[in-house]
Design a protein. Structure first.
Length: 210
């Protein structure tokens, strides 16, 4: 604790638990911080209005996703003698992005290009975090809903199986009742033999038909 004291002050602890607490604190700090990725958008001094609007739309999309954007104007040949055209494009871009972005690095010449870095406003990052949280909550509700529907379907199938079993039992009962109704009483053995012979004849006739 105090290695420079005389005598040094130390504390006995569980080193495994100490390393675990350090890793947990580092994980919590990484969870709270926002990691930026830098996107790039290239312009030319002669960029037309349609191309400018198309690129502006993409820059706004990058910013709304929580990314920083590096905007730069490339100069070729004698275009480097008129850098004011590139500066004009980047200044216009700053005005068009004022509602969602702030300028971290103002336009400046670096080699053959004029560079500028813009970052999303804190309000944009908060909105993105809220949307991400709502999406995660929605996905959890969807999973719970799907599980509930699957359970209801399984219960419905079980109920149908039970109904089929009941109907089959009732059919067997009706067959037994019909069989009981067909019982014949015989007064003596001769009547039984005559009935048995007639039954055998019916069976043989059915076999011949089949």
């Amino acid at each position: 604790m105090s290695p420079n004291a005389r005598p040094p002050v130390c504390r006995i602890l569980d080193y495994g638990k100490y390393k675990y607490n350090l890793s947990k604190k580092a994980a919590d700090s990484r969870k709270k911080q926002h990691v930026f990725s830098i996107k790039g958008m290239r312009y030319r001094p002669k960029t037309e209005e349609h191309d400018y609007q198309f690129k502006l739309k993409h820059v706004r999309t990058f910013l709304e996703q929580g990314n920083k954007v590096k905007c730069f104007v490339m100069f070729r040949g004698r275009e480097r003698a008129h850098t004011e055209f590139g500066k004009k494009i980047l200044d216009r871009l700053i005005e068009d992005l004022a509602d969602i972005a702030t300028v971290e690095s103002h336009p400046r010449m670096e080699g053959h290009s004029m560079n500028m870095l813009v970052a999303p406003l804190p309000s944009v990052l908060k909105k993105k975090g809220a949307e991400k949280k709502a999406k995660k909550s929605k996905s959890r509700r969807d999973r719970e809903k799907d599980a509930k529907i699957a359970l209801q379907a399984e219960e419905a199938v079980d109920a149908m199986v039970e109904i089929d079993d009941i109907e089959e039992t009732e059919d067997i009962g009706e067959f037994e009742e019909e069989f009981d109704d067909e019982e014949v009483e015989f007064e003596d053995d001769e009547d039984f033999d005559d009935y048995d012979d007639a039954d055998d004849a019916d069976d043989s006739e059915e076999d011949t038909r089949s």
